[in-house]
Design a protein around this ligand. Structure first.
Ligand code: DGJ
Length: 688
């Protein structure tokens, strides 16, 4: 029998066999006993199918093209047209606890590969990275390197994935997987609004809360590619990696290319189980957890470019009076920025709008007990800016090609050290001089074309340089928080989650749209990182109108903010808003940092529960007109055994509790009141 390497989590196991033909995938799925009895090796005694190589090539950790593997290759590379075929049977694996380091070697093609797999037993999430090194003579052109190639079982499978666009991100899709290839590619240069770099594969009977589900996401803020392909034995392979432009990675002898990390997990608890596993892993990777997520006010939809220190101070006064804890000054504060046609790059305060600078406003905000936050878009430059006039060569461009603007702006070439040094100096000065606690870091366009000074594609290096700039800034200002925004949700991924503490999930605050959009976000990243705002009664992007309670209970799913001109509210409206802010503060220990369960229940009902063990907040939304004359009871699969006190909660009011058994709530359900579309109700459920 060949050697088996097994990594076990709480609910999952991952098994690789070291065979003569290489490191062969045997299992990724349900938890197996610690001592695995797997019989003989996969290939021993296996008959060779007709019309096959006499020694067929099995499904390995890094299946490669050219020597008899006919599926998608995990590596596509060549050396001036030669060494196009790679065989990685020469390999070894070293297991140290939960880490498996696999070295694969092809002396003929001059390629060495290292695959590192680290399975965290607490979350069941495996972090997988792959590096390829040129150990031969001559340059290697790398066309594709899968960061991970994962096995999926021979069962009927479907894939849940997400599409979208600016103002409508995380639109849920489900495709049945059959023969052939399911493929998603993103070439926008940033994570993108429409191509979420991950998916969940659903096994038979998989639902929101039960059944086998396999999840994977790429921790990368740039171009990416993922594919699922049915193999000859009925299993499928799932590859994820950075998408590379032609010529983007060329390795000189001795050089190495490292893939981004893939986070992958199996859960027997359906889509929700995968989401909760990912939340745990992303929290861990982010390191030190920030404290309670402060309620913020953002100036954008209330004021756009129309800045006036007196009105901003009045906004701060109104915000502080109702319990807001962070004030974020959005776009429009810097020299000459009256609309989106100019001034990006000139990160100096506009003396026309703020004759005394921003310090008085920042001090005023702090004097009210709030943190001061500032919007920036560091990677951008407007052609009409002092920065571009001084350094026209600092923009990403291709000689002989037109400068392609988007929202009237160009992208700075962050692969240049003089550019990132300049940005670091400017941002540091702003943070230090104004006492900025929070940067909303925006990125309002895709990358096209991303050519560096040498005419080479700079896509991946641009991402790495942006991450490095953020890391450098956070190292210089350890308390500084960053919100990642790219026209809303254009740069939301687990790689950015290591440096950003919040994501602006979408430029669309429409509460009805947000229910599905936020559910998509929560499939991959935890609720405390999801920026969710209460906006004006009439949503600016959709034109639809929503009540305050509905907006508040939708925004409550994430990190709560406000984004409209509060100074226009009358005393009653302010009091009602203050009530919802107090409600959020009373429940944020349940809403953030714990477990999240979500689901839909038919007849226009969607629900969100957050908390854990003995204490939950449940929010039930109605998104449609009821078709039934009576509401069906809602089954609560997250509820544990024992007795539960269930009370409807509203700002400043907890209704009389009703006692239910856990069995009853799971199996017969919580009776729901009837309701109109675009309304929501919240319950507190406490064991005892
Ligand atoms: C796009 C962002 O998503 C908005 O919230 C706002 O910050 C604007 N950019 C400012 O230009």
């Amino acid at each position: 029998m060949n050697r088996l390497f097994a990594l076990h989590g709480r609910q999952s196991s991952l098994v690789i066999e070291q065979a003569a033909s290489g490191l062969v995938w045997r299992h990724w799925g349900a938890r197996l006993p610690d001592a695995i009895a797997a019989g003989p090796g996969l290939e021993s005694g296996r008959p060779v199918p007709t019309f096959s190589l006499d020694v067929p090539v099995p499904f390995t950790l890094v299946p490669t093209f050219g020597l008899g593997w006919y599926g998608q290759s995990a590596l596509l590379a060549h050396r001036a047209g030669r060494d196009f075929a790679q065989g990685l049977a020469d390999c070894s694996a070293l297991q140290q606890g939960q880490r498996l380091s696999c070295r694969l070697h092809d002396a003929v093609a001059g390629i060495a590969i290292l695959v590192e797999i680290l399975l965290d037993p607490a979350t069941d999430v495996a972090q997988i990275t792959t590096s390829v090194a040129n150990i031969g003579d001559g340059v290697i052109d790398l066309q594709w390197l899968a960061a991970a190639t994962l096995p999926l079982p021979a069962q009927p499978l479907a894939v849940r994935h997400f599409t979208g666009r600016h103002t409508n991100e995380f639109a849920e899709q489900t495709d049945t997987l059959g023969h052939g290839i399911w493929l998603r590619e993103n070439r926008h240069g940033i994570t993108s609004h429409g191509h979420v770099p991950g998916a969940v594969v659903l096994g038979p009977g998989c639902s929101d809360s039960a059944g086998p589900a396999w999840g994977a996401q790429l921790a990368w803020s740039g171009n990416h590619r993922q594919l699922i392909e049915r193999l000859d034995d009925g299993r499928s392979q799932w590859q994820l990696g950075g998408w590379l432009a032609p010529g983007e990675v060329r390795l000189a002898p001795g050089e190495r290319h490292d893939s981004p990390a893939v986070l992958a997990c199996f859960s027997p608890d359906g889509l929700g189980g995968v989401a909760r596993n990912f939340h745990g892993a992303v929290r861990q990777r982010a390191g030190a957890r920030p404290g309670p997520r402060p309620v913020l006010i953002n100036s954008w939809e209330g004021f756009y470019f129309d800045h006036d220190p007196v009105r901003m101070m009045a906004l701060a006064d109104a915000a502080a009076a109702i319990g807001v804890e962070r004030f974020v000054l959005d776009d429009g504060w810097f020299a000459g920025r009256d609309d989106d046609r100019t001034s990006l790059g000139d990160w100096f305060v506009d003396a026309r709008k703020y004759p005394a600078g921003l310090k008085p406003l920042a001090d005023h905000v702090r004097g009210l007990g709030m943190e001061f936050g500032l919007w920036v878009e560091p990677e951008m430059v407007s052609p009409d800016s002092d920065l571009f006039r001084a350094h026209p060569d600092w923009a990403l461009q291709l000689a002989g090609r037109p400068l392609a603007t988007a929202r009237n702006q160009l992208v700075l070439d962050l692969t240049r050290a003089d550019v990132t040094d300049h940005l670091f100096a400017r941002l540091s000065a702003l943070v230090a001089d104004l006492g900025v606690a929070y940067l909303k870091w925006d990125h309002n366009r895709d990358l096209a074309p991303a050519g560096d000074a040498a005419g080479r594609p700079a896509y991946g290096r641009q991402v790495a340089a942006c991450w490095a700039l953020m890391d450098r800034l956070r190292a210089a200002f350890p308390g500084l928080e960053i919100e990642s925004c790219a026209g809303g949700g254009g740069r939301i991924d687990a790689g950015m989650a290591v440096r950003a503490q919040r994501f602006w999930a979408s430029d669309c605050i429409d509460a009805r749209l947000r229910i599905g959009l936020q559910r998509g976000f929560l499939q991959f990243l935890p609720p405390e990182m999801m920026g969710a705002h209460i906006g004006a009664e009439r949503c600016h992007t959709s034109g639809r109108r929503f009540s305050l309670p509905f907006q508040a209970l939708v925004a409550m799913q994430g990190h709560l903010g406000l984004e409209f001109d509060l100074t226009r509210l009358d005393a009653g409206e302010r009091a009602r808003l203050a009530g919802w802010i107090a409600f959020y503060k009373d429940h944020r220990h349940l809403l953030h940092g714990g477990a999240v369960w979500t689901g839909t229940a038919g007849d226009g009902v969607a629900w969100h529960a957050a908390g854990g063990d003995d204490d939950w907040l449940l929010i039930v939304y109605r998104t449609d007109m009821m078709l039934q004359r009576h509401a069906a009871p809602l089954l609560l699969p997250f509820i544990g055994d024992g007795d539960w006190q269930v009370a409807e909660v509203r700002p400043g009011e907890t209704r009389a509790a009703t006692r239910f058994s856990g069995d009853w709530l799971r199996s017969a359900g919580l009776p729901l009141p009837p309701g109109q579309p675009d309304t929501a109700t919240a319950w507190r459920l406490q064991r005892g």
